[in-house]
Write a protein that binds this ligand. Sequence first.
Ligand SMILES: C=C(O[C@@H]1C=C(C(=O)O)C=C[C@H]1O)C(=O)O
Length: 399
Amino acid sequence: MAVSIKNKEYQLLDKFNAGDNLLYFPSKCILGKGEAVSLSAEEQSGLSFSERIHTLFRKAEVLGKDEPIIIGALPFNKGNRGMLIVPESVEQQVDMDSKQAGYTASSLSIKNIQSIPFAADYEKAVEKIVSSIQNGELEKAVLGRILQVAAKEELNIPQLIKQLIAENENKFNFALNISDGTERKKTLIGASPELLISKYGKTVVTNPLAGSRPRKADPLEDRQMENELRHSKKDLHEHQFVVHSIEEALRPFCKSLYVPKKPSVISTNTMWHLSTKIVGELKDSSTQSIQLAECLHPTPAICGTPADTAYKKIEMLEPFERDYFTGLIGWSNRNGDGEWAITIRCAEIENNLISLFAGAGIVEDSVPQEETAETAAKFRTMLSALGIKNIEEEGHKQC
Ligand SMILES: C=C(O[C@@H]1C=C(C(=O)O)C=C[C@H]1O)C(=O)O
């Protein structure tokens, strides 16, 4: 049974060890230890996300698990395997103090750093998407790249997640064990600013982000960036694709749906984003959060419009498998209440190797160099928590 704690002085986070599964969301922190039930790659094969969750709950029931909670990560490609488990024990905390998480990052010694693809090749791929858009093949596609960092020493995951949480208050922070039953210890870690769906009873909330500017150290320049974004035709247009598609997907499930007419601007520690918070009331409160997430995924915020054409372009132009990047991370209980965030501002870590992921939405008037700069700024969420401050220039020279 899940144990709930309400005490600001107490930090559930302090109990996190490498190999555990942690979600540190604005609403609550969930720490899962051990693995009571999971789904193998074979068991997941051919199943939708909802069917996987359903199968896992059934397995937990057979074992007599009381009030099971599923924690996991689901991939960008709906056909790939994900990581879904009912932990052996679950503790939750609803009243946290992220500032207390603070651990001062020491600078990581780096052996090697590389962009995949190189920045110049990323820009060529952006150009190709822009031409396809101009030819009328599609309207938007999100193109990603990886920054691969080899550190001199193995990473300390508990320290890293604490630092990430301290730097990313009120974001969807996570550290999940994606080792996949093998000897190789792999962690998916990140601080996502983007809620795909939350569902509590009859209430659903989604908060798409699309349209971005990097934050600046100088306060005046920083405000300028925010202002520019708020009035940018290109970004407002890009944002509209996302809001429109989410509204269409959610409406059939809802008795009422509130969609603000204009986006607001929100900030992370590294970015400004156009944001629209959409709130709905479900017709049927037994609708599962994962069912809604599955219906929305992949949104044009992380894939494109139309989704199938954008998907094909991404597969053709990105020289790597996205896997968990731009998939979902979250939890669900037996009633179907749950929260699923989009897996961005994240990295996969295996010993001393870190793969950071970032993507940018490409539309008709996108400028390739600006998209490289945008992805570089998005990498900074993870880089900063790793204590790597000045990689941008260094990275550009080497990439
Ligand atoms: C794909 C990412 O971010 C997405 C793309 C955005 C954009 O293009 O403006 C903004 C937020 C996210 O929806 C990422 O952070 O890697």
